[in-house]
Design a protein around this ligand. Structure first.
Ligand code: SER
Length: 592
């Protein structure tokens, strides 16, 4: 069966049962800072699961594109994908367990013609928060499922949600297909599920709301939220055990085989990663997200770069991502109609991939040079490897490979030092985000404070003179100078540089006070205060204002510290202007 047939059958079956079809929401949720990507069909429906009436009624059905970043590192085996399509049907306070289970059973056995004796079912075994789900068991038994095909499992297996830290959740019943029925019956244990018993559908009975105190409150209505993964179900229906051999992936894998002149059989893991990550990248790009150092754009960048790294391992050194993307988009049977944005943004998708691939190749070359320099000097320590990883985006496994190629044996602490440096770095940025980390500005050195405040003035002047597209992409301060990276498409003219200097000096000589105010992140956004790394901010943030706080020259979220008044900053001058990376400029400036 083709994905198209499965999707069409699902939608028309549930429409015939009075469900209204809702379109797939964009992969990056709008107005929702709790997640970078939609990861389940229920995600955009949370307000309706909590009781708000849905304009299309109480029974809904959809095909929702999902992206699970938690599966990035898992990709490479037979079942994991980052982007996938989830078929779902919902009851918003309408039918509950009995009808939901009956609908699933009818669809599986009458529409998909799955032999009922191949089905295995799991139900929630009960705990202090919710009782054993005997209602679901009874519903399955009444449909003819044998008792020994129904298994009770604990919360870690048979409970779903909330998607974040609070929200709708509940016990679920999961539907598995035995893909090796000719083997003797085995114990149905969790560890055995993956290989023999494949889960294809999950019916969640959302009747609780987990509140901030960790209590499960009854929701005002009992909901059903189901999810059926398209790629897995197609694999099972096709009698396969490797998702990547199904009709969904075949043309993509074939194209990679052509591009690399290598067979899938001996390169499965790399080819799966390339296929999966680039398909995800295509759909994220289709929603007009660009590769960037932040948030969804960063995940996109990681996906593209990880695919390129795998291709490099297979010996592919020429650009290949845009032509592979074309193959993915050409898979019209599967995606056309559901995702018109693929056609609409076709040129953008291909061009962005090419641009990112060019950028990454430069990065890889720089990293390679740095690695061989360190190998020559016998200095390829875990810490140095981390620095390369950090500054060039160079994957650890490739650093290790380079060392092996050069017959350089890594010291015994290499992996440990790398890991420690990485964890230390993560901790540092987390602490920084919490506002506790004083970092490079800790010394309270007057010169450092002066450069810090001047950085805010410079940022404001750049936006005033060049436009609001200017946004800080990096800042580095020493006692001797400031360095500032920002988004801007072209080189600054002498005239622009002069205007920026004049503007900063004007503000300095106006003796403007610097004040600060603590507020919630939401308030700061309402006030239009400049911020970066959106999702990294804690609930409470500090805004720094230069000038009258009601009508400031500059308003930025920042951890400080700053000088009290601009009057003692000195004379500002720009020393150097250069490109920092594509679409970004870098300035060096002095106070004298
Ligand atoms: N939310 C559940 C899942 O993701 C069912 O849709 O599996």
């Amino acid at each position: 069966m083709q994905a198209r047939d499965l999707k069409d059958k699902y939608i028309s079956f549930f429409k015939s049962k009075n469900h209204s079809e809702i379109p797939s929401y964009p992969i990056v949720p709008e107005n929702d800072r709790s997640a970078l990507f939609i990861s389940a069909g229920m995600h955009p429906l949370v307000p309706y699961l909590l009781g708000q009436p849905h304009p299309q009624g109480k029974r809904l059905v959809s095909i929702q594109e999902c992206l699970r970043t938690g599966d990035i590192e898992e990709t490479g085996d037979t079942t994991h994908h980052t982007w996938f399509e989830m078929l779902g049907n919902w009851s918003l306070g309408d039918y509950f367990k009995d009808e939901s289970i009956a609908l699933s059973y009818e669809f599986l056995t009458k529409i998909l013609n799955i032999d009922p004796s191949l089905l295995h079912i799991t139900c929630f075994e009960g705990n202090k928060d919710a009782p054993k789900d005997e209602v679901s068991q009874k519903a399955w038994l009444s449909l003819g499922i044998k008792k020994d095909h129904i298994h009770f499992l604990p919360k870690k297996d048979n409970w779903w949600g909330p998607a974040g830290t609070t929200g709708p959740c509940g016990p679920d019943t999961e539907i598995f297909v035995d893909v090796f029925p000719s083997l003797a019956q085995e114990d149905f244990v969790a560890g055995n599920l993956r290989g023999r018993y494949i889960e294809i559908w999950n019916n969640v009975f959302m009747q609780y709301n987990l509140d901030e105190k960790g209590n499960y409150q009854n929701l005002s209505q009992k909901n059903v939220d189901t999810g059926m993964g398209v790629e897995r179900t197609i694999t099972v229906l096709s009698g396969l055990t490797d998702n990547y051999q199904s009709t969904i992936w075949k043309p993509i894998i074939q194209k990679i085989e052509d591009q690399t002149s290598l067979p899938y059989k001996t390169n499965e893991s790399s080819m799966r990663i390339i296929a999966d990550h680039l398909r995800s990248a295509v759909f994220v790009l289709a929603d007009e997200i660009e590769p960037s150092p932040k948030e969804a754009g960063y995940v996109l960048r990681r996906l593209i770069r990880r695919a390129i790294v795998q291709a490099k391992k297979l010996g592919l050194t020429k650009n290949f991502t845009s032509s592979l993307a074309q193959t993915i988009i050409d898979n019209k049977d599967n995606y056309a109609g559901d995702y018109p944005e693929l056609e609409r943004n076709h040129d953008f998708i291909l061009k962005s991939l090419d641009d990112e691939e060019n950028r990454f190749r430069v990065t890889l070359d720089k990293g390679l040079k740095e690695i061989s320099r360190l190998i020559d000097k016998k200095q390829l320590t875990g810490l140095n490897a981390f620095n390369i990883y950090q500054s060039h985006g160079f994957p650890l496994e490739m650093i290790v490979e380079e060392a092996q190629k050069a017959n350089h044996s890594l010291d015994k602490n290499f992996q440990k030092d790398f890991k420690n440096a990485k964890e230390g770095h993560i901790k540092l940025s987390q602490t920084a985000a919490k506002g506790k980390f004083a970092g490079g500005l800790a010394g309270d050195d007057p010169k450092i404070l002066a450069y810090h405040t001047t950085t805010h003035l410079l940022h404001a002047a750049l936006r005033e003179i060049l436009g609001d597209h200017v946004s800080q992409s990096g800042s580095n301060i020493t006692k001797e100078r400031l360095r500032f990276d920002f988004t801007h498409p072209q080189k600054l003219t002498d005239d622009e540089i002069k205007k920026i200097e004049d503007q900063v000096n004007k503000h300095i000589s106006s003796s403007l006070p610097i004040t600060q105010e603590t507020m919630t992140y939401e308030e700061s956004q309402k006030k239009g205060i400049i911020s970066f790394f959106k999702d990294r901010y804690p609930q409470k943030v500090t805004a720094y204002f230069i000038g009258d706080p009601k009508n400031p020259i500059s308003a930025e979220l920042c951890m400080g510290p700053h000088v009290e008044n601009t009057k003692d900053l000195g004379k500002f001058s720009i020393q150097k202007e250069e490109s920092s990376s594509s679409g970004k400029r870098r300035l060096y400036a002095l106070l004298s």
